[in-house]
Structure formats: C-alpha cells, structure tokens
Design a protein around this ligand. Structure first.
Ligand SMILES: [Zn+2]
Length: 264
C-alpha cells in the first residue's frame, strides 16, 4: 500500500494524525457486560475530506449516533463494564454491517446522497474494510475470546441512537430493545421494564432484524452463545447531559435486573 503509515492500527486510509480506528475503555472492568458502540463518532479520516456532504449532513444522525457514546460511558462507569467503540463515522464504514452489505458504505442515507460513497471500486471498498471494520471486528472478537478463556463469558450490549423523525414521520418509540434469534436478554429487559412507564420502550422498534441491523449481535453474540441485546435510544432524549444521565440510569437499572432474572 503506497503511503501507508506504519503505526499499529493505522493503514493507508488512516494517517497517524487520525489515530487508531478502535477505542477501548475500562478493559479490566469487573462485570461481564461488554458495551459496544459501532456508531460512536462522526469523525472522518483526513484523506476522505467531506465525502461531498454539507456540514449539516456531517453533523446529523446519518454520520453517527448522537449521544450514544456518552450514554455508554456513563453505563461503563455505573455497571463496571468494558466499552469498545469505533472512532470513525459510519459513513466511512458502518461497523454494524458485513463488508458485502450495501449499507456498509452507503451511497444514500435517509434524505442525503453521499457523493463520496457513490461508485466505489472494489479496491476502495476493501481499503475501508481493512482500515475501519477489520480492526473493530478483531478488537471485539479478541476481547470476547480473552474473557471466555478466563471463564467469564461476556454479555454483549450494543448501544445506538435513532432520529426522532424519519423521512418526515415522527417516531413515538423512545427506547428500542432489539434482538435476533436469541431473545433471552431482550425478553428479560422488557419483562423488567414492563412495570416502568418512564419511557415508551418497545421490542424490535423502530426497526429490527429484518432491516439488517443485528450483524454485531449475530456475529459476536449468537455465534459465541453469549447473551446479547441491542439498545436503541431516540436521540432527542440524550441530546443533553441530563438526558444522557436519565437514560443511562433507566437502561442500567433494567439491564442489571434483567441479568439477575436470567442468572440469579
Ligand atoms: Zn447505530
């Protein structure tokens, strides 16, 4: 690869200034919960410019999940949990999609065309996959392997946020509890949250496995036989620090109790 930097985790796409694609916090955490945030950041690698997008688009939900990382960090502290997240925008590579998915490097997202993602060559797709997705996938897989080898199989919790208005339609759901074929943790969370009317919490909403959003759950949770759930928060609720604290409290409370229901 011409011009490739030599630092670990830094590739032809990423420069040393960009830094590594994957960040890990609280690696020695005591609980079994492993928080995953694939859409934590709206950062673009310097070499990619703006992908032809306006500043407004680059700050919007198409680039990242606003508020999700902040909630993850609060949960990592309150639950004594590990946290792994992607440091670059989903517009470069959406780490909750496999490389063969059109959504991995979308040319269109909601109402925005993404010029820098139109007509990518196979080589460009491969470069992004190797720079952004592969290290994230390996980082997460290695964490899981180490914990399993130490007889402390992790519980996979992926954290996301979604836009309150999609194609002009408001969404009523406030918290989505998503699962694929293994619904154990989602069922336990929903059973615990059923008595709590603080938020409108729904199963597999505002979208679900049929929309291709459960890639991480399948690959890292289900294939390893680990408890897993994907939690989606409507992003207007976590735009402020107060909101982030309230939602982290709500999710941490029901997640902790859900795990007690499953493994008292
Ligand atoms: Zn997301």
């Amino acid at each position: 690869m011409v011009g490739a930097a030599t630092e670990p985790g830094v590739s032809a796409l990423l420069t040393a200034e960009d830094g590594a694609p994957v960040a890990l916090e609280n690696a020695d955490a005591g609980s079994r919960i492993l928080l995953v945030c694939e859409h934590a950041s709206r950062r673009l690698p310097r070499r990619m410019g703006t992908l032809g997008l306006s500043a407004e688009a680059l700050e919007s939900h198409i680039a990242w999940d606003p508020g999700a990382l902040a909630v993850c960090q609060l949960l990592a502290a309150s639950l004594d949990a590990m946290l792994i997240y992607q440091r670059f925008s989903r517009l470069v590579y959406d780490c909750n999609r496999p490389p063969d998915s059109p959504g991995a490097m979308p040319a269109v997202s909601e109402i925005f065309d993404i010029p820098g993602n139109a007509a990518l060559s196979a080589a460009e797709r491969l470069a992004r996959t190797e720079a952004i997705y592969s290290p994230f996938r390996k980082g997460l897989s290695d964490l899981i392997k180490t914990r399993v080898a130490n007889r402390r199989p992790p519980v996979i919790v992926t954290m996301h946020s979604f836009t309150p208005v999609w194609h002009g339609r408001p969404r009523e759901v406030e918290v989505g509890i998503l699962h694929d074929s293994d619904s154990r943790l989602a069922d336990a969370f929903l059973a615990d949250a059923a008595e709590d009317d603080a938020f409108v919490t729904r199963r597999n909403a505002p979208y679900g496995p049929q929309d291709g959003v459960t890639h991480t759950l399948i690959e890292h949770g289900i294939h390893n036989g680990l408890l897993n759930v994907m939690i989606e928060i409507r992003n207007d609720l976590i735009a402020s620090k107060d909101g982030q604290r309230v939602l982290a409290g709500y999710i941490g409370d029901h997640l902790g109790k859900a795990l007690m229901r499953l493994e008292p």
